[in-house]
Design a protein around this ligand. Structure first.
Ligand code: TXA
Ligand code: MG
Length: 321
């Protein structure tokens, strides 16, 4: 059986150089030994991922950081202690224990302590950290259940730890530290507002204007069906035959659509995050002409959701222009 909750077995596989699907609070990861070049290359191959797109390295505790980085400012340690375990990835100068291929040649490594009991238990059982990109084929939507991983990568993984549906549903926020402020490289599970209310300043600019990191590809998180973003209910085109609609909040006139899903009738952005990727996946299997998605309010986790749907819509924009 490929799916289960046996962390001892998962640890054995990883120790032998195998790959394991792991649950996290954000999305499922495709994990292997981050310090073993051979294993890291296997991860890139399994995902069909270009080698210039670095992998995040997962640890079980903040105390582990010093094993893998040359330097970490005290202020960043404070941030890490506050937000870990949690959906935060911090870029720091790596030691040679982390091979260059894990970071795609960058001097910086992205580190994070995920907030999921099974994966923390697994990490404590092994003497090395885990490189884990999201467990989807390159540029597809990230998986938020063990079944999603099995559906697409069953031949590439040796085992999948089933930790249930992901509690957050959107990837971690990636930050670096520059002149006393956090620079956000990817919006994610921890919002800019959360950093600010903890008392740490952030540089202005959205993930899109900071798209200078390797791997921050414009087309990403994308279903095969074209995606179109709608800014307001009255913008829905007249002919939506054979199309799907993903929206949130008060019910609206959805006549004409083949498939409709309200991912949070209360309009709760955290609930939207939990449900968005799974709903996009389901609709992608329905042979629809287009999936329309209502844009989220540009605040808190809504910013990360807008980033993902904008990337998902890129293919469509290219087609129609
Ligand atoms: O929530 C998450 O972060 C999930 C779970 C599994 O932890 N992981 C995830 O990994 O989303 P992935 O590989 O799908 O996205 C990681 C992105 C890369 O595409 C890259 O843009 C950025 O993180 N990244 C990783 N290491 C980096 C580095 N050393 N320098 C710059 N960007 C980096
Ligand atoms: Mg990914």
């Amino acid at each position: 059986m490929k799916i289960g909750i046996d962390t001892e077995y998962a640890a054995e596989i990883l120790t032998q150089g195998g790959l394991v699907g792991i649950p996290t609070e954000t999305v499922y990861g495709l994990a292997g030994n981050a310090t073993d070049e051979h294993v890291v290359k296997k991860i890139f191959k399994a995902k069909n991922r270009p080698s210039n797109d670095p992998l995040i390295v997962h640890l079980h505790a903040v105390e582990e950081v010093k094993k893998y980085v040359r330097d970490c400012p005290d202020e960043l340690y404070d941030v890490a202690r506050h937000f870990w375990p949690g959906p935060l990835t911090i870029l720091l100068p790596k030691t040679s224990t982390i091979p260059d291929c894990t970071t795609s040649g960058s001097e910086l490594v992205g580190l994070r302590v995920p907030n999921h009991a099974l994966t923390l238990d697994l990490l404590r059982r092994i003497p090395f950290p885990l490189a884990a990109p999201s467990a989807n084929p390159f540029s597809y939507i990230s998986p938020t259940t063990a079944q999603h991983v099995l559906d697409q990568l069953s031949d590439q993984v040796d085992y999948i730890l089933d930790g249930g549906p992901c509690g957050i549903g959107v990837e971690s926020t990636i930050v670096s530290y520059l002149d006393g402020k956090l620079k956000i490289h990817r919006e994610g599970g921890i919002s800019r507002e959360a950093f600010e209310s903890y008392g740490i300043k952030t540089w202005n600019g959205t993930a899109a204007t900071m798209a200078n990191v390797p791997g921050n590809f414009l087309k990403h998180y994308s279903p095969l069906t074209p995606v179109q973003i709608i800014d307001a209910v009255n913008e829905i085109p007249a002919n939506v035959h054979h199309s799907g609609l993903i929206y949130f909040g008060d019910s609206m006139d959805v006549s004409g659509f083949n498939e409709v899903k309200n991912i949070s009738p209360q309009g709760n952005l955290n609930e939207c995050a939990r449900n968005l990727f799974g709903t996009m996946r389901n609709m992608d299997r329905m042979n629809l002409h287009c999936i329309y998605i209502l844009r989220f309010p540009n605040k808190e986790i809504g910013r990360a959701l807008n980033d993902r749907i904008e990337r998902a819509a890129v293919k469509r924009k290219i087609k129609s222009t």
